[in-house]
Design a protein around this ligand. Structure first.
Ligand code: F6P
Length: 341
């Protein structure tokens, strides 16, 4: 078979492990030909391809980023985009497509599958907010990076008797903040799902100072206060209509400094969370997803996404995975709240 593969949306540690697994299993076990599309859906729109043979995937398992490149190109926001996608796939004789991405990339995949293209999606996002899978690869690595930062910030914060506010990624879902904050012993964790009370945050900081230590606040970039007056975004939007966020950490640090009378600093972890080598968990999960995607293609499946349920890799309808985001449930947040203050 001729199988197309692409990586779309924000890059994520483990993308190369999926690509390698697809190529190794597709070529090694089935004699497939694997065609890589460069930079996500842009590569399909423009028929920009790269042959993915065994040589192309040598040594890429531990490498962060994606050897195929990525973009946030939304083909349905481009004039004639839908027709151009179909024309490329037909002209290149692509029998099946394996798009690796989050809600946006797989949303496009869902529409293509509805239109008759054989598509098997692979879930990717450091945010872990794709529905129908217990975990996406990339999340574990991002949490590890954030946790290490929090560990380091504890000692400098305590030395200077100041609050440190750590802003992590997470536009709509607070999974990174929740897990990194819990693993790193944060004194407050703020997530988009639970608008926060500024007075409560300040009280937790004060309590932490009273106990002789300095507070560490972990805040998702998309977290908002209850009264909404700290909400920040640049106003810029990407092709899928997402606003570019940023600044909640700095805004919060300034309020905390003013209200506690002690210095506060903000640290924005940003893209450091997405770069670099994947963790062992992510390498294994990504590899298993890649193998399972090739199996699904050869089983004649379409309109499905490979997913992790417990320790099993299963197939779920793409439409179910992209219908809504997987948010942090209230009971998971309540577990973290036990350690606030
Ligand atoms: O891919 C998800 C994500 O990392 C979000 O957590 C974050 O809001 C966004 O991407 C950042 O996008 P960009 O890389 O375009 O700045």
């Amino acid at each position: 078979m001729r199988i197309g593969i692409l990586t779309g949306g924000g890059d994520c540690p483990g993308l190369n492990a999926v690509i390698r697994a697809v190529v190794r299993k597709g070529i090694g076990e089935h004699g497939d030909e694997i065609v890589g599309f460069r930079d996500g859906w842009r590569g399909v729109l423009e028929a920009d391809t790269v042959p993915m043979d065994l040589h192309a995937v040598r040594g890429i398992l531990p490498r962060g980023g994606t050897v195929l490149g990525t973009s946030r190109t939304n083909p349905y926001a481009v004039d004639g985009g839908a027709d151009r996608l179909m024309a490329t796939l037909e002209r290149l004789g692509i029998d099946a497509l394996i798009p690796i991405g989050g809600e946006d990339t797989l949303g496009v995949a869902t529409r293509l599958a509805d239109g008759g293209v054989r598509v098997v999606g692979v879930p990717k996002t450091i945010d872990n907010d794709l529905d129908s899978t217990d975990y996406t690869f990339g999340f574990d690595t991002a949490v590890g990076v954030a946790m290490e930062a929090i560990d380091r910030l504890h000692t400098t914060g305590d030395s200077h008797h100041r609050t440190l506010v750590v802003e992590v990624m997470g536009r709509h879902a607070g999974w990174i903040a929740l897990h990194a904050g819990m693993a790193g012993g944060a004194n407050v964790i703020l997530i988009p799902e639970n608008p926060f009370d500024v007075d409560g945050v300040v009280a937790h900081c004060q309590h932490r100072f009273d106990s002789g230590y300095s507070p560490i606040i972990v805040v998702s970039e998309g977290a908002k206060p209850k009264n909404g007056d700290l909400m920040l975004s640049t106003g810029e939007q990407d092709a899928f209509g997402h606003v570019r966020l940023g600044g909640i950490g700095a805004a919060l640090a300034s309020v905390i400094e003013e209200r506690t009378g002690r210095e506060a600093r903000a640290v924005v972890l940003g893209h450091v969370q997405r770069g670099g080598t994947p963790s062992p968990f992510d390498r294994v999960l990504a590899t298993r997803f890649g193998l399972a995607a090739v199996d699904a293609v050869h089983d004649g499946q379409s309109g499905v996404m490979v997913a992790l349920r417990g320790t099993d890799i299963v197939r779920v309808p793409l439409s179910a995975a992209t219908a809504q985001l997987k948010l942090v449930p209230a009971e998971r947040y309540a577990e973290a709240e036990v350690f606030f203050g």
